[in-house]
Design a binder for this molecule. Sequence first.
Ligand code: 5GP
Ligand code: MN
Length: 350
Amino acid sequence: MSEAEKIHLFDSWLKESARIVISTHLHPDGDAVGSSCGLASYLKDRGRTVDVVFPDPVPDTLGFAMDPQIKGLTHSVRRDCEKLISEADLLISIDYNRPDRAAELEDAIRASKARKVLIDHHLNPDENFYDLIFSTIEISSSCEVLYGILKKLPDIDGNVPAIGASALKLLMLGMTTDTNNFANSTYPSTLQMASELLAAGVDRQEILSGLYNSYRENRFRFMGEYLSDKLTITPYGLAYAVITTEDLERYDIREGETEGFVNMPLGIAEVRMSIFLRQEGNLFRVSVRSKQGVSANRCATMYFNGGGHENASGGRLAIPQDVESAGAAREYIERSCSDFFSKDELWKSK
Ligand code: 5GP
Ligand code: MN
């Protein structure tokens, strides 16, 4: 099917559907929130019945981006989400590539008889599961994929302000966070989109202030300990840190407040890849970032039950299934990554 045919089909499904539910991935980040809520805002403005379901709550650090009307469309209580999913006749999955990334909502999504649409930018979308797929890999964010679709819908037809101020702000949010404020994954199309959003009146200062100048002091105190005490750098250029529940409690660190930590060691010339583990009960959430030429995605897939993008991936380690105890995580990373970096066919990007 051509791109134009896909857009036409999507447009007719949006118009035919009585109940639209948008879902995104576990631990929603700026792109997940921006794309899901941006699409919801566009649809709400057109009188559609639409809800956004999150497998877990949006972190407080991103709350500023949602006005009360948008917030009213969002849900993260499991039972409420499952009911909405079961009643929907159109499900739109955004910023994730496979149903299992919706964590506890996976079963409800799989059980649904609704039409299923994917809008995403991760590697390896599940092509068997979705009825219609918009997936681009070489792009900044899901917000950019969505923007490309919205612009081509007949009622917008290139008239960007018609997408709506609230939706445009959310799209700018997602492209800003997923590119690390236009440091990574920034293509000509990305800057073009940013330029069009600014021209349409998006207040970028408000977004930057909400994202980067509104943290609690604790985050920076803890960042000090992370950089001075927690971070290990191996002779082969791996930087890694393991943060336990006790560490997080000591500094009262909340969801979203270690955002960006994993990127920092890449500023060191010798570092090729950075791994950040954050304990959550009996598992570790894993973030992997790499410099160009090194495959974070392969590392996350091989050793951390995850995946994502070539240079920015994530995953998880279960205690005690994957690592015997929280204390054993450092040795696990050392062992797997010295293997990883010992063979060119493993660490090198293809
Ligand atoms: P983060 O480190 O910011 O949590 O995630 C970085 C990237 O990896 C994101 O694009 C995210 O969607 C992906 N990712 C994070 N955790 C997982 C996971 O458990 N499985 C997979 N397949 N991807 C993940
Ligand atoms: Mn994304």
